[in-house]
Design a protein around this ligand. Structure first.
Ligand SMILES: *Cc1c(COP(=O)(O)O)cnc(C)c1O
Length: 387
């Protein structure tokens, strides 16, 4: 029998980390003490009060059945309260909020609700990969919006061709940004809203890092900007905010017609979030948010250790105001893959080559702050010794 994958799988961008993954495995097998600054997954545990809520609710048989695709009423109303406290934006929990099985799930599925074959989706580059794969799975075409250093890693909306705009139905944005760590202002969002309304483009803003920020900076939400709800939605995740990456819980909020489209897709694909996880999410959102303040403090301390430790000649970092990454131009004479390979082979340190996030990520590497502080200090020592 011939088993042939679909064209949509064949159309996915190449997986550029394969070579680095292979090298990493080889070095570990050889007994090397690898420090992995490549992963974007918190090293710290989920706070105990959240785990307690799961334990308490899982014993009730009523929580063990299928849940509803729109999520528990109580979860949607606690999201509305959290959102208003945090951003000062009121949301109608009956139609402007939809819980997700992690924000990646909603991001990957939303093109299925609005994109027809041949439609263009404007995607920032470098970027979180599901913006591209979700578009391709829906039969859409990815149109890259380069995120360039000279523009503060914001897309240059004015440079997009009229013919492109006529075919574009949707755009993805992500601030605070992974991988560049850039942040966006309210004025930028105002421009996006104007642009989207004029060109009839649905805006999908990914705010996964809205709570991972450093004093005195605090990110604004897309929905705080005037008119945002008319043109778009915002994706949020409990993954980074509460160290809950493995639990799979997030939400999308904003324009009710856009949310209803995604809900209809989802109701045909999944059967909601396991209810004890929804209860745990409610507990997290209704908490005093002290655990998130602690998480921020830890990343800030780690950021400062790396920035101070790696402040040599020729090394230049963008000082992040948010996210748990550092984004850094490569050293002269290397491209991002070569420099990542050098880090692995000579220093036993894994970093992510920028090109893995898209062609405009070439020329940069990303380092993650999600390893124990002692290990970060060790990484600084290794780099210092080497240079
Ligand atoms: C981590 C991350 C997410 C969150 O994913 P979940 O599916 O909610 O765990 C979304 N967007 C970006 C850019 C991320 O880095």
């Amino acid at each position: 029998m011939n088993i042939n994958t679909s064209d949509r799988l064949k159309k996915l961008p190449p997986y550029l980390f394969a070579e680095l993954d292979r090298l990493k495995k080889k070095e570990i097998a050889r007994g090397k003490d690898i420090i992995d600054l490549g992963v974007g997954d918190p090293d710290q545990p989920t706070p105990a009060y959240i785990i307690e809520e799961l334990k308490k609710t899982v014993d009730d048989p009523a929580t063990n059945n299928y849940s509803m695709s729109r999520g528990m009423d109580k979860l949607r109303s606690s999201i509305a309260v959290w959102y208003e406290n945090r951003f000062g934006v009121k949301l109608d929990p009956s139609k402007e909020i939809l819980p997700l099985i992690g924000s990646k799930e909603g991001i990957s599925n939303i093109p299925l609700a609005f994109i027809n074959p041949g439609d263009l989706v404007l995607v920032p580059d470098p970027c979180y990969p599901p913006y591209k794969s979700g578009t391709i799975f829906a039969g859409g075409e990815v149109y890259l919006m380069p995120l360039l250093e000279k523009n503060g890693f914001l897309p240059d909306l004015e440079s997009i061709d009229k013919a492109v705009l006529a075919q574009a139905k949707m755009m993805f944005l992500n601030y605070p940004n992974n991988p560049t760590t850039a942040v966006a202002s309210r004025e930028f969002f105002d421009k996006v809203i104007d642009f989207a309304a004029k060109n009839n483009i649905i805006v999908c803003h990914d705010a996964a890092y809205s709570e991972i920020y450093f004093d005195p900076f605090r990110p604004t939400s897309f929905l705080e900007a005037k008119g945002a709800k008319k043109v778009g939605v915002e994706f949020h995740s409990l993954s980074k905010t509460y160290n809950m990456t493995g639990w799979r819980i997030g939400f999308v909020c904003g324009n009710s017609e856009i949310i209803e489209g995604l809900r209809r897709i989802k109701s045909n694909i999944d059967s909601g979030i396991f209810q004890p996880i929804q209860f745990a999410g409610i507990r997290a959102l209704e908490s005093r948010q002290d655990s998130t303040a602690e998480i921020r403090g830890l990343y800030q301390q780690r950021r400062d250790i790396l920035l101070a430790g790696l402040d040599f000649k020729g090394w230049k970092f963008f000082r992040p105001q948010a996210t748990f990454y550092l984004w850094m131009p490569v050293l002269p004479g290397y491209n991002s893959s070569e420099l990542s390979r050098l880090f692995l082979e000579k220093l036993d340190i894994v970093v992510t080559p920028g090109v893995g996030f898209g062609e405009n990520g070439e020329g940069y590497i990303r380092m993650s702050l999600t390893v124990p502080t002692e290990r970060l200090k060790e990484a600084v020592e290794r780099i210092k010794k080497f240079s």
